[in-house]
Design a protein around this ligand. Structure first.
Ligand SMILES: [Fe+2]
Length: 284
């Protein structure tokens, strides 16, 4: 099988063409594993995956994990979650739902996931894009002064920050329970991928709440500067989904964001998650 790699816009990974998921042998497995390590994002179209073949593809790239927050869907393998926003409900049909700010996945946990495989099932006729940034390219683009200034620093990641940004109100008891389950977690601002040695900027804006050990003002100024730098349009690829698109991202070097879509439309995806390899440091 001849695989073709076509770069995606703004240097964000590659589209892989020519893969037949029914005929993946050792050579294709090795090519996929290498591509996963060397790219931030991989796009594959029209694979016509089933939940079972989606999971089999996941196994080629690593160990699937059960997502810490999202429930599995009855009748599906528990490793597959189904992020879905249904039409209707009590909300205005033109209200934008499903918007998720820039983040890397699960950085509020001790061991954030290695990556994820997201497959489009039902896509709204407008909106619903996912934005991706290659944070290894972002790191490379930082000035030498900034690289030196952030070397050795850690950011403290908090689930509660995401609730604040999303305007989600948690009852006091629920907030306490979540804080106990997900204590503050420090991860280095410069992440080194243990498998490839590639360095990237780990600022997961939805969760990174402070620079460890820094006063609030100084901490917020640095994180805001890094956030603004990393999410410049020259680094961003907004993917317009079509049904049966599969996007694989390397969570060790990707920021992503969901644009959201009007509540009148349905957007249904299937996702598997790859178990992480690097532990953060608990700070509370
Ligand atoms: Fe995410």
């Amino acid at each position: 099988m001849e695989l073709e790699f076509v770069p995606l816009p703004n240097g964000v990974g590659s589209e892989i063409r020519g893969l037949d998921p029914r005929e993946i042998g050792g050579a294709e497995e090795a090519a996929l594993q290498e591509a996963f390590l060397r790219n931030s994002v991989l796009l594959l179209r029209d694979l016509q995956l089933t939940p079972e073949s989606h999971l089999a593809l996941t196994h080629i790239l690593g160990e699937p994990e059960i997502h810490p927050m999202a429930p599995a869907r009855p009748g599906q393998p528990p490793e597959i979650i189904e992020p879905s926003y249904s039409a209707g409900g009590a909300h205005d049909p033109d209200e934008i739902v499903g918007h998720i700010p820039w983040h890397s996945d699960q950085t509020y946990t001790q061991r954030p996931c290695r990556g994820a495989l997201l497959r489009a099932i039902e896509i709204p006729p407008e909106g619903g894009q996912t934005g991706f940034v290659d944070t290894a390219a972002v790191y490379q683009a930082l000035s030498d002064d900034v690289k030196a200034a952030i070397e050795g620093l850690e950011a403290v990641h908090r689930l509660a920050r995401s609730h604040r940004l999303l305007g989600l109100h948690q009852e006091e008891e629920k907030a306490r329970e979540l804080a106990a389950r997900f204590p503050d977690m420090a991860h280095p601002l410069v992440r080194v991928d243990p498998s490839s040695g590639i360095r990237s900027l780990d600022i997961s804006p939805m969760f990174a709440d402070a620079v460890a050990g820094w006063p609030t003002d100084k901490s917020e100024a640095l994180l805001a500067r890094l956030r603004d730098f990393a999410t410049q349009s020259r680094f961003v690829y907004w993917h317009e989904w079509k049904p049966d698109d599969l996007i694989i991202w390397n969570n060790y070097r990707v920021l992503h964001s969901a644009a959201g879509h009007k509540n009148r439309y349905v957007r249904t995806m299937n996702r598997t998650t790859l178990t992480g390899e690097i532990d953060g440091r608990r700070t509370t």
